[in-house]
Ligand binder design. Structure first.
Ligand code: NIG
Length: 387
């Protein structure tokens, strides 16, 4: 495959030197789902089939690390009320819980599959999704099973809220006991929504530690609606990721900079809930590794569009194009522990997975420059063209 601009994603954060990961007049060769060769087009080895991308940009497929695709129902009325001035509150989750419990498992899988396909056609080649709209043992178990049917990585989010009508203590015992056990065969991470209206820091800690004891990696929903303490908890526990990060004090940024937790930012959610954007520039300047994800869910961010997230990060959050693309690919991969080694995703290197996309544009800058225009021309996932 020949391309004009080939963005490999190799290299560390691109603040200092974006050019180090952008090759020009480049080509790559793929075979058996892997990248076999990358280099100047003029030196490309022979291949069985050749795709000339005709001056279009080639880059890694997006890695979407925060979605909630397993749900029933629709919350467009809540969205409309919010756009008319009502504030977002975590309690809206109960609406989706009721609809999810009522939906047959095949329907949950079908909805999630459709959304995944929608994401793939926009360049997403690797995707995490969460449980969290079942919130009883049987419903969380089938949500986890449905999620594992559809996503590459699954996160158990029994600690999304305390469902309506349940005693708090009894619910936390359920999440850290039988619910976790039921979800365990299907999941790799555990998450907790640490926020007013959901779980406080000590409750979230208890849930996360139970997950860790069961062998799961940790993710946290933190500091979305206020200064919840979720970010510092995530760093303290060495969580792989803390997601949202809208409300950060200097001490939170310092903690992130000193720790290993990736700050995953969710620009589409911020648009759809009219929350202030996270201080992305400050985070990067402090040396924090950031990721971008869609947070696709029916309540706060009903979009699968990683290009929207990248464009918003550039136009509204102060990131350069290279930084935003890196955060949506390699940074995202890091938040799943998949940025290095043979199983790495989110970057293009010899021996790595052939997960890549071609833009209908000569360079990645068009992702923000031509905001709102669908630019995905073609997508390959493990070397197979996505239709
Ligand atoms: O990440 N913040 C918590 N969970 C979702 C929203 C869930 C909902 O409102 O349905 C989020 O924004």
């Amino acid at each position: 495959m020949n391309g004009t601009e080939l963005v490999t994603g190799i290299g560390e954060l691109t603040t200092q030197d974006e050019s180090s990961e952008r090759l020009h007049d480049a080509a790559l060769v793929i075979g058996e789902g892997r990248i076999l060769w990358i280099g100047p087009a003029a030196q490309a080895p022979a291949a069985d089939r050749r795709t000339d991308v005709d001056g279009r940009a080639v880059l890694p497929g997006w890695v979407d690390t925060h979605t909630h695709l397993v749900f029933g129902g629709d919350r467009s009325a809540e969205f409309e009320a919010r756009m008319a001035g009502r504030a977002y509150a975590a309690g809206g989750i109960n609406t989706t819980v009721a609809a999810t419990r009522a939906a047959p498992e095949e329907q949950l899988v079908a909805t999630a599959r459709n959304l995944r396909h929608e994401a793939e056609t926009q360049g997403t080649t690797f995707l995490e999704t969460k449980t969290g709209y079942g919130l009883d043992v049987a419903s969380e178990e089938r949500s986890a099973r449905a999620a594992a049917n559809v996503a590459d990585v699954v996160t158990f989010l029994g600690a999304h809220i305390v469902p309506a009508g349940m005693d708090r203590r009894a619910y936390i015992d359920l999440v850290t006991g039988p619910m976790l056990t039921a979800a365990l065969p299907y999941v790799q991470f555990i998450d907790a929504f640490c926020e007013t209206g959901a779980f406080d820091v000590e409750e979230a800690r208890e849930v996360l530690l139970a997950g860790r004891a069961a062998g799961l990696g940790l993710r946290v929903h933190g500091n979305q609606l206020g200064f919840s303490g979720g970010v510092r908890l995530a760093v303290e526990l060495g969580a792989a990721s803390v997601d949202h990060c809208n409300y950060l004090e200097p001490v939170d940024i310092d903690a992130l900079a000193a720790g290993t937790t990736v700050a995953t930012l969710l620009p589409a959610c911020d648009l759809s809930t009219r929350q202030p954007f996270p201080p992305a520039r400050q985070l990067l300047d402090a040396g924090v590794v950031i990721a971008l994800a869609t947070n696709c869910n029916p309540g706060t961010s009903y979009t699968t569009s990683m290009p929207l997230c990248v464009a918003t990060a550039v136009l509204q959050m102060g990131l350069s194009v290279g930084e935003a693309v890196w955060a949506a690919t390699r940074g995202a991969a890091r938040s799943l522990g998949r940025d290095r080694g043979a199983d790495a995703v989110g970057s293009l290197f010899v021996g790595g997975r052939a997960d890549l996309q071609v833009l209908n544009a000569p360079s990645i800058s068009h992702l923000a420059y031509r905001v709102g225009v669908p630019l995905t021309a073609a997508v390959w996932r493990t070397g197979v063209r996505v239709d």
